[in-house]
Design a protein around this ligand. Structure first.
Ligand code: PNS
Length: 164
């Protein structure tokens, strides 16, 4: 069976990769859906985030990565995946994800499995990685090695633009 792991992944963190790796153990194939969250200020554009995710998942042969436009349930249907897998870190995540899961079940009958985040990554979020990086902190422990340099470079570019 095929499952979809959706998110905006801006940038992908080691916590995201942990969830994708665990989903890949449970399902024959995993498709990572890289979408937009209109409430978030994106650091990387949609195509860049797909490329970064591909680099982060290069070690996982049963995992593919595609851009998500429109409804997630339409993405699931067109990729032949009846199940969504999402990670949850906290009660806040849970409340948000349960509502999304109920919508996706209601709209198209797609089931959602929620995986508890690994305890060691439960404080980690892309938002905090962006904040720490933008204030000059070292985010290399929190993003996949394959993309760490690109994250540091993009943040440095943005800081320079802001200072000019
Ligand atoms: O990184 P995020 O914020 O968890 O990613 C959210 C994302 C992109 C997975 C979510 O916003 C999404 O599923 N967008 C597609 C639109 C959709 O299907 N919405 C649910 C129906 S209300």
């Amino acid at each position: 069976m095929r499952a979809v792991c959706p998110g905006s992944f801006d940038p992908v963190t080691v916590g995201h990769v942990d969830i994708i790796e665990r989903a890949a153990v449970c399902f024959d194939e995993v498709v990572v859906a890289v979408g937009q969250n209109s409430a978030k200020n994106h650091l990387f554009g949609p195509t860049e985030r797909v490329e970064l995710m591909r680099a982060a998942c290069a070690h996982l042969p049963s995992v593919s990565v595609s851009p998500l436009q429109g409804l997630l349930v339409d993405f699931c249907r067109s990729h032949g995946a009846p199940v969504i897998v999402k990670g949850v870190r906290s009660c806040g995540d849970y409340e948000y994800e349960v509502q999304m899961a109920q919508w996706n079940k209601e709209l198209e009958g797609i089931e959602t499995l929620l995986l508890p985040a690994a305890a060691r990554w439960s404080y980690l979020s892309s938002t905090k990685v962006r904040e720490v990086a933008s204030l000059g902190g070292d985010v290399r422990p929190y993003v996949p090695t394959a993309i760490a340099e690109q994250v540091q470079r993009r943040v440095a570019e943005l800081r320079q633009t802001r200072e000019e």
